[in-house]
Design a protein around this ligand. Structure first.
Ligand code: MLC
Ligand code: AMP
Length: 496
């Protein structure tokens, strides 16, 4: 029986006594223990009624069992669906309704709310930091081996939601082949081996922390310092004992803000990887000046996994995202027609890494995924004569804050629903810590409405990281002659 991902990432470690995860409480989990735990959790899922293809939703703490649950979903032939822990009840309700999962796992303090959202017909289990959740307790009584469910390369392994320019989140369907092909390319390119120890401070509900970091570690047998959250003090302690770090640019600017970051501190480190948001050339340069390391920047998306990477051996050029990964084609196009090197156009991608389409949204899939297999990223880029790619902007209206994607349309929809609001425009301005932060320009119908009143009505609907930092009340939004709101004018006016 074969299961594409399980056979490559998990099965080979059944007898591997090396450490896989080093946890915050000082304990460790070996690879062999991990494989056994995956099996126990797979039994829990099946006992809860999970059958091949069923979705398993997880919105909970970053623990060893959370990552074993990913493995368990794979081994049981299910589809893993992680959710940002910051999502509010109304955001979670949408995902549950859209994905119709069989099992939902959440933090104990959210269990009542989650049961309320789920209604009958879905099992709600809890996952806590201290292993007292019902999921972990049920797993303790299960056998440590499980008959792996057969899954082929094209079967779905995960469903990851990504917000959309239309305001509705879209579930990106990722197959076993999508995930495995990318893990193989990255492991090979970044020369990851079982001699590596990775500093893992990213959340595990996104492509970066879950697939880029964990799939490459599992494939190579690397050791992972699995941190609950990003904390400069903990990272400073771990750097002398580690060889790799993966992070969003905010990680690097925050580290640079700490005087303990020196060449000596990182003497053992082999590579620092950055992605999910643009890394400023000045951050790249400052990091090299301070540590001697040129950060390795790569570019990816939920729908495509990783697309390009600067070279491991060779020139890592600040402000560029490097070359297409092996097996991945990147074209810069004008409406689908490839254009010359040096010209700016749409970045389009094709390869085994590209997703299977959006869950329940064939029209959206058709809009963004061409019949030829090329996916239209919405990012604008340029290729130089030797094929090196730089991202120069985005055609999609998107704000990236601390590596989290925020689609203005989603926030505008919530603001516009407030009684007394005529219209709004949400836009990003530069922010030294998060790269960008969110502002909202609002035009009122009811002149008595205040920014505080709008804020109070909007915030319960949106995760904290999406909240506008300021509401600017205007008589009218700036528009061009076509009537289109000029967000560039808003950005220029309010950036300072
Ligand atoms: C936290 N806050 C944020 C925020 N993160 N606000 C805006 N943007 C963010 N990214 C809020 C908190 O709720 C809090 O609100 C306040 O900001 C300060 O919190 P903090 O303690 O300073 O933040 P912290 O917990 O340290 O989180 C910052 C961070 C985190 C950068 C460590 O955001 C993070 O882990 N980001 C990584 C995201 C990621 O993994 N992206 C990959 C997507 S995959 P208040 O006001 O209540 O105090 C992808 C594809 C690819 O993009 O290519 O990889
Ligand atoms: P997500 O939809 O969360 O997967 O985010 C994907 C988006 O993040 C891409 O479409 C890019 O706009 C952005 N992104 C990822 N990596 C980089 C990078 N290295 N530089 C600039 N933007 C990036």
């Amino acid at each position: 029986m074969t299961n594409t991902l399980y056979d490559a990432l998990i099965a080979p470690h059944a007898q591997n006594e090396a450490v896989f995860l080093d946890l915050d409480d000082g304990t460790s989990v070996t690879y062999a223990q991990f494989v056994a735990r995956v099996a126990q959790l797979a039994h829990v899922l099946v006992n809860a009624g999970v059958t091949p293809g069923d979705r398993v939703v997880v919105q909970g703490p970053k623990t060893a069992d959370a990552i074993a649950l990913y493995g368990a979903a794979v081994q049981a032939g299910a589809v893993y669906l992680p959710l940002n822990t910051a999502y509010t009840k109304s955001e979670v309700s949408y995902f549950i309704t859209d994905a119709a999962p069989r099992v939902v796992v959440c933090a104990p303090q959210n269990a009542d709310e989650m049961r309320d959202i789920c209604g009958d017909g879905r099992q709600v289990m809890t996952l806590s930091n201290d292993a007292s959740g019902t999921l972990s307790r049920q797993a303790n009584d299960q056998p440590t081996s499980f008959t792996t469910v057969t899954r082929g390369p094209d079967d779905l392994a995960a469903l990851l939601y990504t917000s959309g320019t239309t305001g509705r989140s879209k579930g990106a369907m990722l197959s076993h082949k999508n995930l495995l092909s990318n893990a193989i390319s990255l492991t090979d390119l970044w020369q990851i081996t079982n001699a590596d120890r990775l500093i893992h401070a990213l959340p595990i509900f996104h492509t970066h922390g879950l697939f880029v970091a964990m799939n490459t570690s599992l494939l190579s047998g690397a050791r992972v310092r699995f941190m609950n959250a990003f904390d400069v003090d903990v990272i400073v302690d771990e750097l002398p004992k580690s060889t790799m770090m993966m992070g969003v640019p905010t990680f690097y600017t925050r580290l640079l803000g700490d005087a303990r970051l020196t060449k000596d501190l990182v003497a053992k480190m082999r590579v620092f990887v950055s992605g999910s948001a643009p890394l400023l050339a000045e951050t790249h340069t400052a990091f090299e000046d301070r540590t001697g390391h040129r950060i390795l920047e790569r570019y990816g998306m939920t729908e495509t996994n990783m697309i390009t990477s600067n070279p491991f051996d060779g020139d890592r050029v600040a402000g560029t995202v490097g070359y297409p990964l092996p097996g991945t084609e990147v074209e810069i196009t004008d409406n689908g027609t490839p254009i010359a090197a040096g010209d700016v156009g749409m970045i389009e991608v094709r390869g085994d890494n590209v997703f299977q389409g959006y869950w329940n949204m064939p029209e959206k899939t058709a809009e963004e995924l061409r019949d030829t297999g090329f996916f239209i990223t919405g990012d604008l880029g340029v290729k130089d004569a030797d094929g090196r790619i730089s991202i120069v902007g985005r055609q999609k209206d998107l704000i990236i804050s601390g590596g989290y994607n925020i689609y203005p349309k989603e926030i505008e929809d919530v603001i516009n629903d407030v009684a007394g609001v005529l219209e709004s425009a949400v836009f990003g301005i530069p922010n030294a810590d998060f790269g960008e932060s969110v502002l909202a320009a609002v035009v009122l119908e009811d002149a008595n409405l205040t920014d505080d009143a709008i804020r109070a009505l909007v915030e319960p609907h949106l995760a904290r990281f999406k909240h506008p930092r300021r509401y600017i009340l205007l008589d009218a939004l700036p528009r061009n002659t076509m009537g289109k709101v000029q967000k560039n004018v808003l950005r220029a006016t309010y950036s300072s």
